[in-house]
Design a protein around this ligand. Sequence first.
Ligand SMILES: Cc1ncc(COP(=O)(O)O)c(C=O)c1O
Length: 482
Amino acid sequence: MNPPDVLAELIALQAGDVPTHGGATMAYVYDSGHAGVDELAAAAQAAYQWTNALDPTVFPSVARIENDLVGAAAALLGGNAGTVGTVTSGGTESCLLAVLAARERWRARDRGGDRPRLLLPVTAHAAFRKAAHLFDLEVVDLPVDPVSCRVLPAAVSAELDDRAALVVVSAPSYPHGVLDPVGEVAALAAAAGVPCHVDACIGGWVLPFLDDVPEPFDLSVPGVTSLSVDLHKYGYAPKGVSVLLSADAELRHAHWFSTAGWPGYPVVNPTLAGTRPAGPMAAAWAVQRELGTDGYRQLARSARAATVALAEGISALPGLRVVGRPVSTLVAVAEEAPDGVDVLNLADEMTARGWLLQPQPPFDQPGGALAATLHLTVTGATAGRVEALLADLADAARAAAALPRPQADPELVSAAATIDPSALTVAEVEGLLELAGVGGGRLPERMAPVHALVAALPRPVAERLLAGVLGQVYRPSTVVGS
Ligand SMILES: Cc1ncc(COP(=O)(O)O)c(C=O)c1O
């Protein structure tokens, strides 16, 4: 095939995707609204697409780019002369490495065979659960205040024992966009000799540019030992680039891996990958140069102003409320009890109007249950569309209020209660998905009943079925490259 035809075919594949630009997709994507930023990023990626960031001694350009990105993050986020960092592939990898470093530090002391524990507010990003799973830490779920959705410091201090390897706080949390009490938690952790990670993956390139942040949250806060910030979010770089800052070189070394124990080349990996793409880091570097501090400040402030306007507008809509105090550019919308608008139905109504708002299930926790919410990530591109968004929300809320509440099929739920998910075969999972109306990896247009079912199932069963859906989505094509 000739290249233009190949490219046309590839681009045509995107017809069914949600838009990546224009500000209506309010999760997954971050659009600055400036086409020039994207063009520069694409050119920078192209220039570095064959470079292997595996070895910065043969590609010194990689070392320079990484050092510039880490230096910029440290300068923005309270670093000092001892601060070091690592460029990673994204928020999840930054969080994984923060946990790995803390576990290694914990193990370095004689622990008599104990298993380390990860103290995690229930609102901390799921990436930390993945880290605990991969690196064999026990998760200690810390409740949050059910109104403010901030972690309760008393819950943290109750768990700070010898087995605590790391405490995590978010700046802000993904589900609700609220800021954990970083200073208080970090001080408690420090007093107990436990490291404290600030997950600023989503807020770290926004909060430093705002005037109304309620309290300090970065590496300058006593007790904070590491911090993650994603450049592929509000750094407006293309996917695949984040920074993990470590308060000192010892802690950074703890997540590195090196071996001379094979006949091949000596391996020293700062991250989980071996061969690493240099394209995303080059793009991040270029975008940072183009936008500069002033560019980022403008983008952060316009997204923040839009967020404040949006939150006010939503609070004025009957049947809906904003959860907690959003400090950055995220908003969580919940039903105004008792007879408000069901947010799962609202999500479907907004999808029909061209917006993607992300449903988040209700969550039970010791401090008091957290309501189901819709998550909205506001970026530079959404900033100009707040009025249209509020108008559609008002219209969608009226339509959603007239719909029956999504109910999980009670027979399915009671059958699921007797299932041992670890004993289910792939074929049995597929059978259950068929019964639930999501067989063959096809999701219905209205997702509210599916979300209601997921929320009603025992968590391990839901997790197995969700993996089953992905198993059906990912099936090898029968015709490849013919
Ligand atoms: C606070 C926070 N931490 C971690 C992550 C995970 O980042 P990624 O999806 O880049 O792996 C996210 C993603 O939204 C996030 O918001």
